[in-house]
Write a protein that binds this ligand. Structure first.
Ligand code: HAM
Length: 420
């Protein structure tokens, strides 16, 4: 059998996994500061949730879902994203009956059958946030600001915030007609996907990655010119809230996002040195999603960040991750009795809160020293049978090389004082 994980699926090994832990911790702290609580969502859902939520004409639903039948004959799909599940959960548990807004964040793997490349995987991780129950444009700005706050916290710079409004269903009807009129003279030269999109949802054409099709997009009508008064006012307000706190942004009328549930505000944050997959995070408002999946109208807005892309960006931008890879101490034992005593002391030291280790492979003293180095131990404790008999041990500072002899029975207090 193959000893390889499926294509586009990665193991995250230590020490890299410490970067993942670090990002998650920073995100939890920032989101906590903005009063978002964690929601832990299922990894799979009924296929229909994504078909109706994300939209039948999107690439995700048309080509990228991991869908299978379970043993009960139900169609199940591994989640390609989190927003539809959040809305389903909000309806299922009637969270709308509670005091609003509802502010959630989530973290976990998502699954899309895409062509793997740098920054694009079939199993990837997202950190997402959703706010339900508020339609005030100030919350749109808050959500964007919070995402940027996290980037700043992670030391990420030189990104670009692109924003647009994709309007409401009324403005979009008008806009779709304008797009059909614009694309119709070149339709026959466009890709089969775009020809289908033309009939079903011409806004999706703007999202086509085919280079020939992209050539026909020059001069396409802009949604901004087709916004109704209410959408226009809301969009102006979102922009003015961003300006109020000096957040630079670029208006991008071509930004339609790859999911159908968006209404009004849509945004993406890009870092252009990531290559073709340069969007670190994307999101927007989705006021129609609740009804689309069979519930009620609920205003909602959120974003999701790709954790792999965050890591690639940080790797590119900072010299050293602020991660503590160190071990407080390593016990080097010489002799059978000393090794047994070390096991006991190790237990006490760890119980006292120290990060401590010893050797279990019967290594020589030199080998144990090497282990201590490999674990970046700040101190090593050298304990032989003779010392054990005299109730002494030697503490070596691994940076300076200084050694002192201490009373073995004071070891835990001594080490605690030194480390803390
Ligand atoms: P999305 O734009 O499909 O939006 O994905 C959000 C982010 O997930 C992307 O910007 C990217 O960083 C990462 N991502 C997406 N696909 C892949 C992949 N195949 N490999 C690696 N990273 C990937 C959503 O998923 C929406 N649910 C966001 C949202 C939340 N909108 C409102 N609320």
């Amino acid at each position: 059998m193959s000893m390889k994980a499926p294509r586009g699926v990665n193991d995250i090994l230590p020490p890299d996994s410490l970067k993942w832990q670090y990002i998650r911790k920073q995100a939890e702290e920032v989101f906590g500061q903005f009063n978002y609580d964690e929601i832990i969502l299922p990894i799979f859902e009924h296929t229909e949730l994504f078909q109706r939520g994300i939209g039948e004409t999107t690439d995700i639903v048309e080509k990228e879902m991991y869908t299978f039948e379970d043993k009960g004959g139900r169609s199940i799909t591994l989640r390609p994203e989190g927003t539809a599940s959040v809305m389903r959960s909000y309806m299922e548990h009637k969270i709308y009956g509670q005091t609003q807004p509802t502010k959630y964040f989530y973290y976990g793997p998502m699954f899309r059958y895409e062509r793997p490349q740098a920054g694009r995987f079939r199993q990837f991780y997202q950190i997402g946030v959703e706010v339900l129950g508020v339609d005030n444009p100030a919350i749109d700005a808050e959500v964007i600001i919070m995402g940027l706050h996290l980037l700043e916290r992670l030391g990420i710079k030189d990104y670009q915030l692109l924003i647009n409004s994709v309007g409401c269903p009324e403005c979009r009807n008008d806009y779709r007609e304008a797009l059909r009129e614009f694309f119709s003279p070149n339709l026959e030269q466009m890709c089969p996907d775009c020809q289908r999109r033309y009939e079903r949802n011409p806004m999706r054409i703007l999202d086509c990655k085919n280079s020939d099709c992209r050539g026909y997009m020059e001069g396409a009508p802009s949604i901004i010119d087709h916004l109704c008064e209410s959408c226009k006012t809301d969009f102006t307000k979102v922009c003015s809230y961003l300006e109020m706190v000096n957040i630079p942004y670029t208006l991008d009328p071509g930004l339609v996002r790859g999911l159908d549930y968006y209404t009004k505000t849509a945004f993406e944050v890009k870092y252009n040195k990531l290559g073709a997959q340069d969007t670190i995070f994307g999101g927007g408002r989705y006021d129609g999603l609740g009804r689309e999946i069979g519930g009620r109208d609920v205003p909602g807005i959120g974003f999701a960040m790709g954790v792999e892309r965050l890591i690639m960006t940080i790797d590119e931008q900072i010299e050293e991750w602020p991660i503590d890879y160190d071990t407080d101490l390593f016990i080097i034992s010489i002799g059978e009795k000393a090794t047994e005593a070390s096991f006991r002391y190790l237990y006490e030291l760890r119980k006292a809160g120290l990060k401590a280790a010893m050797d279990y492979l019967g290594r020589s003293v030199k080998g144990q020293m090497k282990m201590a180095d490999r674990l970046n131990a700040r101190y090593s404790i050298i304990l032989g049978d003779d010392e054990l008999a005299k109730d002494t041990a030697t503490i070596k500072d691994m940076q300076t090389g200084d050694q002192v002899e201490i009373k073995l029975s004071n070891l835990v207090t001594e080490m605690n004082n030194r480390v803390k």
